[in-house]
Design a protein around this ligand. Sequence first.
Ligand SMILES: [Mg+2]
Length: 98
Amino acid sequence: MLEIKEWQEYITSWAEAKGFVWIPENIDTILLRLHSEVSEASECVRDNQFESLGEEFADLFIRLANACEVMGIDLEKEVAIKMIKNEGRAHLHGRSRK
Ligand SMILES: [Mg+2]
């Protein structure tokens, strides 16, 4: 099993071999493609096709890993840092309280 950074490198090498050579200046397009995978996952739910949800989440991870590699971001490190921050948050943080 690969580490997240290894996935970033492997997915980016695969994408480049398939002709998808992204550079940081392409971040707007990269983000749109990430969003398209969220939309495809939403369509699975809308159409009651939950058997395809895992594949769409995989697409989302693949595009995210590629985006991180292109942008020079170590996703595993960022997740670790963010989860430390999240652990310190209040119960149901971010929800409006009435
Ligand atoms: Mg997809």
